[in-house]
Design a protein around this ligand. Structure first.
Ligand code: PLP
Length: 437
């Protein structure tokens, strides 16, 4: 039997490549018809056929407060009435930049003095890399296998997220000379890092790293690994680009960096990229760093970057409202919800006899069908990922929307209360049995 989602998917495929505007949405690795969403509110989403699900995707991260928080929506509506786009500086941009710089502080360290607003995480990391190259006068970039930083040319080598989900080696259309500027290193492997720096150290502009990997499943950095990256980069005159597009303002109000510094690690990234939560569900992302680095950007410095819609007033309004509402209580609530769901997930899979791990990084978690939480991309890929599709579909049939790939994190929000959490807990045992079959 087909429903409105099937009809829309058929129509979409005839006019949009694969029927979607971002590949992982197509359910390629789990099969079946993607749900075409018509509405989202709090902890739930409703599809085009009128079915409502408890949502664990949260728009792939931005919805920290839950979907369509009334105060965020009101802020966007008020901004819309004043004008959709100006292409000129606004007071809101100053407030948001100040808020970001002010939030990202821990242990007496303050890595963000200047902020540039852009529209997507891809733009933020792309700009960060150009900036690092401009600052150092070098070309090479070190990235980690399985890390995803958006879809710009040099960053698709051994990338996570949709590239991992679709088992793509990288991407067609990336010129070989550009791909050759990216040195891909296994994650969490100090020896491999030392080797690459021993060979290319004086030609490397930057290391780019996800603050914690979360696009090959959740794979936390080993203790001290991020600090080692900063130390290694700086010892060779390179910069550390710390990608907090996914983790920033989600795992802690000062990001994954803040979480680690509060836990006793001490290191300073040179450029930090933000996205997702910082735009509160609207297209907005940012990069920040110390003044001396950031002022290399045009119009002060020679590194060019621009955007017609950069600092869009509606996006800025959503970002400002979201960050102002992201109080310590919000993080306590999201952390508790994540702990509760991840515990129930672990229990259900154990009870069903499924070999698994529930990897964590702060309040981020996911599932891995492997005996131990993977520490790198090779281990993440080696898991029994085929178990995810039946698990996913069982959850969906029971009214829970999970990310349609085992390589994506599960996102809780401050809107997930007892009724939603109980519904997730009740659904997990049958899904675990489906994974065991
Ligand atoms: N960096 C990380 C760590 C991400 O998770 C993502 C998206 O998932 C990006 C960058 C790219 O952001 P966007 O999809 O907004 O371009």
């Amino acid at each position: 039997m087909t429903d409105r989602n099937d009809d829309l998917f058929a129509a979409a495929r005839s006019v949009i490549p694969g029927g979607v505007n971002s590949p992982v949405r197509a359910y390629g690795s789990v099969g079946g018809t993607p749900r075409f969403l018509a509405q989202a509110s709090g902890a739930t989403v409703t599809d085009a056929a009128g079915t409502t699900y408890v949502d664990l995707v949260a728009s792939w991260g931005p919805a920290l407060l839950g979907h369509a928080h009334p105060e965020v929506v009101a802020a966007v509506q008020e901004a819309a009435v004043r004008g959709l786009s100006f292409g000129a500086p606004t007071e809101g941009e100053v407030e948001l930049a100040e808020l970001i710089a002010g939030r990202v502080q821990a242990g007496g360290l303050r890595p963000v003095e200047r902020v540039r607003l852009v529209s997507t995480g891809t733009e933020a990391t792309m700009t960060a890399i150009r900036l690092a190259r401009g600052v150092t006068g070098r070309d090479l970039l070190v990235k980690f296998a399985g890390h995803y930083h958006g879809h710009s040319d040099g960053l698709l080598a051994a990338a996570g997220s949709g590239v991992a989900t679709l088992a793509l080696p990288g991407s067609a259309g990336v010129p070989a000379p550009i791909a050759a500027q990216t040195l891909v290193v296994p994650y969490n492997d100090p020896d491999a890092l030392a080797e690459v720096f021993a060979e290319y150290g004086d030609r490397i502009a930057a290391i780019i790293v996800e603050a914690s990997a979360a696009n090959m499943g959740v794979v936390a950095p080993r203790p001290g690994f991020n600090a080692l990256l900063a130390e290694t980069a700086h010892a060779h005159g390179a910069l550390l680009i710390f990608d907090e597009v996914l983790t920033g303002f989600r795992v802690h109000s000062a990001g994954f960096w803040g979480l680690q510094v509060e836990a006793g690690e001490s290191y300073l990234p040179d450029i930090i990229t933000f996205g997702k939560v910082v735009g509160g569900g609207m297209p907005l992302a940012a990069l920040g760093g110390r003044a001396e680095v950031m002022d290399m950007l045009a119009p002060v410095g020679p590194v060019y970057q621009a955007g017609t819609l950069s600092g869009n007033p509606l996006s800025v309004a959503a970002g400002l409202a979201t960050l102002r509402l992201a109080t310590p209580e919000v993080y306590t609530r999201v952390n508790a919800a994540a702990a509760r769901v991840s515990t129930a997930l672990d229990r259900a899979l154990t009870h069903a006899g499924v070999v698994h791990a529930v990897p964590h990084a702060g309040n981020l978690f996911g599932v891995a069908f492997a005996p131990d939480a993977p520490h790198d991309y090779a281990a993440a890929l080696a898991q029994e990922s085929a178990r995810y599709a039946p698990f996913f579909h069982s959850m969906r049939e029971q009214g829970i929307a999970l990310p349609p790939s085992v390589f994506e994190a599960w996102f809780l929000t401050a809107a997930h209360g007892d009724p939603e959490l109980e519904k997730i807990e009740a659904a997990l045992p049958a899904a675990a049995r489906a994974a065991a079959a």
